[in-house]
Design a protein around this ligand. Structure first.
Ligand code: MG
Length: 390
C-alpha cells in the first residue's frame, strides 16, 4: 500500500484550507488511543539543542538538556563517590580529561539517583594489552546500580558471549562486536528502562537498548532481573531510582563524556503515549475534552460551536451537546436566508461546519446526526456549489 507523501499531505491540507486546525480531519480517538490522527491537541515536542559527536581526539558536546556526570574536568568528580562508602570521595582519578579506574579502589557510583534514562558513556581500555577473556580491560556500567552493561576489551579477545562488551552481562550477548582497538575511545549509547511492578506483579519488563560506536548491540533486550555472574537472575522490583555505578574489575579502564537524559513515563506508568490502556485512555480523553471546552469558553459563535463539537469527539457531555446543538441551529438560521453574493461569501464556513458535523456523526461523537447536517448539505446542493466543484 502506498504511503501518503509530504506533497499529498500538504495538498490535502491546502484543500482543507478553511480549517484552522487538524480538527475533524484524521481518524478519531478510540478505546486505546486518546488522540485523533494528526491531532493538534497534542503538545509540541520539547526543543532540545543537539550536541555533536565525539572524535577520538575530542569528546563531543552533550545535548542541551543532558545532565552531565563527567565532562573531563576535576570539578565533575564531585558527582562521584566510592560505592563501598558513599560518604567518601572516589579514589578513581582524573587524568588527561579521563576518569580512570584505580584498580583495587572499588566501584564508583554517582551522587545522583534516577531511573529510566538515555545514557551516554565513552570508555577506553588500556592501550597496553594485558590479560585475556574477562581479564582484559574489564569494567562495567550499571544503570541504577542494578544491571551490568559490560565494558571489556574484546577487540581481539574472545570470551563467553553473554559476558562480551555491550552484553547485558549474564543475560544477552551483543548483536555485534563493533569495538575499536584498545587505547582508543568506544562510545556506548544506552536506553535503560526499569521493570514496572504493580501490586507485587511485573506489568512490564525492564529493557536495555545499546549502541556501540553507533552499531546496535542490544535491541530492547528484556532484563530478566538483570543478570550477574554465574547465577540465572529472576525478575524483581527495582527501586524508584538508583545511582549509576562503574565497575572496578582490576583494570585501569578510562571514561569520558558521561551524561544522561531522564526518560518520560511509559504507558503502564500513566505516560502520555499514543497507545494506552482503556482506563488511561478514557482519563486522557476526558482531560483533552476539558481543555478544549475551557478554550471554547473563551470563544463565541461558530468558533465556539466548532470547539465544543470537537470536545465531544473525546468525551461525551450532555451540557456540551446541548450548547453545540443550539449554536449549530443558530448557525443554520444565520445562513439559510442568504442568497447571491452574501451566501457565496459564506461557502467556506458552511462547508467547514458541515464537515465538522459529518465527522462528529461518523465518529459517534453525537448520539445521532444533528439536523443541521442534512440542512446544510441541502443548502450546498441548492446553491450549486457541488456542481461548480465538478
Ligand atoms: Mg565487567
Amino acid at each position: 500500500m502506498s504511503q501518503p507523501t509530504t506533497t499529498t499531505l500538504l495538498t490535502a491540507l491546502l484543500l482543507s484550507a478553511p480549517l484552522a486546525s487538524a480538527a475533524f480531519y484524521g481518524d478519531p480517538p478510540d478505546a486505546t488511543h486518546p488522540w485523533a490522527i494528526h491531532d493538534d491537541n497534542r503538545a509540541q515536542p520539547a526543543r532540545v539543542e543537539p550536541g555533536h559527536y565525539s572524535t577520538q581526539e575530542k569528546p563531543g558536546q552533550p545535548p542541551s538538556d543532558a545532565i552531565v556526570l563527567f565532562d573531563g574536568t576535576p570539578a565533575t568528580l564531585k558527582n562521584w563517590v566510592s560505592d563501598q562508602n558513599p560518604k567518601e570521595p572516589t579514589k578513581w582519578v582524573v587524568q588527561d580529561g579521563a576518569f580512570q579506574c584505580v584498580p583495587g579502589s572499588g566501584y564508583v557510583r554517582t551522587q545522583q539517583e534516577w531511573g529510566d534514562c538515555q545514557l551516554h558513556v565513552e570508555w577506553s581500555a588500556p592501550a597496553k594489552v594485558e590479560g585475556s577473556s574477562q581479564g582484559r580491560g574489564n569494567s562495567g556500567i550499571f544503570p541504577m546500580g542494578q544491571v551490568e552493561v559490560q565494558v571489556l576489551d574484546n577487540f581481539n579477545n574472545p570470551t563467553y558471549a553473554d559476558g562480551f562488551a555491550a552484553s547485558v552481562y549474564g543475560v544477552n550477548p551483543p548483536l555485534a562486536n563493533a569495538l575499536n582497538a584498545p587505547g582508543t575511545w568506544q562510545v556506548y549509547d544506552i536506553v535503560f528502562r526499569r521493570p514496572i511492578f504493580q501490586d507485587g506483579k511485573m506489568v512490564e519488563d525492564g529493557y536495555l537498548t545499546v549502541f556501540v560506536n553507533g552499531v546496535l548491540a542490544q535491541d530492547h533486550t528484556a532484563l530478566e532481573g538483570g543478570g550477574g555472574h554465574k547465577g540465572r537472575s529472576k525478575n524483581h522490583p527495582f527501586p524508584e531510582k538508583g545511582p549509576l555505578k562503574l565497575q572496578d574489575h582490576g583494570n585501569p579502564v578510562r571514561y569520558r563524556n558521561i551524561w544522561y537524559r531522564p526518560l518520560p513515563a511509559r504507558a503502564a506508568e500513566g505516560g502520555d503515549v499514543s497507545h494506552m490502556s482503556p482506563e488511561a485512555t478514557a482519563a486522557k480523553r476526558a482531560a483533552i475534552a476539558a481543555d478544549i471546552r475551557a478554550d471554547a469558553a473563551k470563544q463565541t459563535g461558530t468558533g465556539k460551536m466548532l470547539r465544543l463539537l470537537e470536545s465531544l469527539v473525546y468525551a461525551p457531555d450532555a451540557a456540551t451537546l446541548a450548547e453545540s446543538s443550539k449554536l449549530s441551529a443558530d448557525f443554520l438560521t444565520s445562513v439559510k436566508g442568504l442568497s447571491g453574493a452574501p451566501l457565496d461569501q459564506k461557502e467556506a464556513q458552511i462547508r467547514q461546519v458541515l464537515s465538522a458535523l459529518e465527522y462528529c456523526a461518523k465518529a459517534k461523537a453525537v448520539p445521532a446526526a444533528l439536523p443541521e447536517q442534512a440542512a446544510l448539505a441541502a443548502l450546498i446542493e441548492k446553491a450549486g456549489w457541488n456542481e461548480k466543484k465538478k
